[in-house]
Write a protein that binds this ligand. Sequence first.
Ligand SMILES: Cc1cc2nc3c(=O)[nH]c(=O)nc-3n(C[C@H](O)[C@H](O)[C@H](O)COP(=O)(O)OP(=O)(O)OC[C@H]3O[C@@H](n4cnc5c(N)ncnc54)[C@H](O)[C@@H]3O)c2cc1C
Length: 412
Amino acid sequence: MVVVGAGAAGVQSAVALRERGYEGRVTLVGGEPHRPYDRPPLSKAVLRGLGRPQDVVFDVDFAGLDIELRTGVTALKLRARERQLVTSAGELPYDRLVIATGADAVRVPGDEGAYVLRTLDDAERLREVLEARREVVVIGAGWIGAEFATAAREAGCRVTVIEAGAGPLAGVLPGAVTAPMAGWYAQAGAELRTGVRVTGIEGGDGGARVSLADGSQVRADAVVVGVGARPATGWLAGSGIALGARGEVLADEWLRASVPGVYAVGDCVSFPSGRFGERLAVHHWDNALQGARAIAAHVVADMAGVAGGQAAPYDPVPYFWSEQFGRFVQYAGQHGAGDAVVRRGVPDGDGGWSVCWLRGDRVTAVLTVDRPRDLAQGKRLITAATAVDPALVADAAVALRAAARTAVGAGS
Ligand SMILES: Cc1cc2nc3c(=O)[nH]c(=O)nc-3n(C[C@H](O)[C@H](O)[C@H](O)COP(=O)(O)OP(=O)(O)OC[C@H]3O[C@@H](n4cnc5c(N)ncnc54)[C@H](O)[C@@H]3O)c2cc1C
């Protein structure tokens, strides 16, 4: 068993195989020189000087689990027919392969001197920027842009965030839902400029000028680009593995790629969801872990001679959290464009607020701000496809679980 990519998905794949009793050889190959580490704390702790690099490494005893960890080794090419992985340290034969190479930060034209936030090295570089209390421009008001802006304001930097969409998180959530979030930037003392594109970046570290489509320019000591991530699958070119429009591995409902013996998991893959009736590409931590466990279960069942179809298909309720501007934001499910939006609570009133998406009388997704109970109860309603009373969903004084029309989910 060879696992390529030693992030959350790759590490968990190797560990879950052992937990399931897999006794064959397991080799975990990672391109970065560091011991495998976790990414969410990079923006929440490392940037803010709250965690040292050694605090973010996964607490896994690779040797004790008999997992051969090979860091600083990059997969260059896959010869799927011969079951050979070509790496920077030579060829590795495999019986089964897990692709877990994650995603790379998307860059914008002309941003060579700018920073991104994807790796531990990125976070270390940016921590120095924050310690110098410099003037920073952040391109993109997505999840990473918001978390970086939070840390930069806390550090005392002057922060301007440029967002091409109409508001924060424009690419992932409807404007009517995220409108209150724009105010969070102002409250924290960051300037948010929306609906304007960056047309160029001149200069680099030590003094840059960011040009905007409205003809204006913003000066910065440092520019941080946070406009998303793209699957790191360039090395699969010519392998015969089917890739989607964004370069993601197109897997089936057991996370199997299009050639025999190959699985894919985490940020680099998309899979069909029976639950939501569409193909999902989920760039979130929980998906990396759950997907890895699903692969281990499938491999072990398959080796035991149980037909693949009898292992449960991977069909999660996606879950994500973010910590920004002193708030705890969580999202579960997958909303569709036609779903009704139901609000619970007043934005930035006491006790947080939530939004539920309903398709008919079923909840498809829930977004919560400082209301973790709504998140937990909403996720259960989504998982069980429980019918709900929309009027009760809208009543923030009523526990979300009490909106169930049936007994299912009640009392939990
Ligand atoms: C700063 C930051 C904060 C985040 N915060 C949250 C959060 O609060 N909540 C949440 O749900 N999610 C969060 N995420 C997203 C979450 O971390 C990812 O979804 C998760 O890391 C995906 O795991 P992965 O193993 O698929 O990919 P990755 O973590 O990207 O790991 C892939 C690994 O593969 C390696 N690799 C790539 N190509 C090759 C190759 N050819 N050969 C060998 N190795 C290779 C990479 O170097 C990398 O180490 C955050 C991400 C970042 C960057």
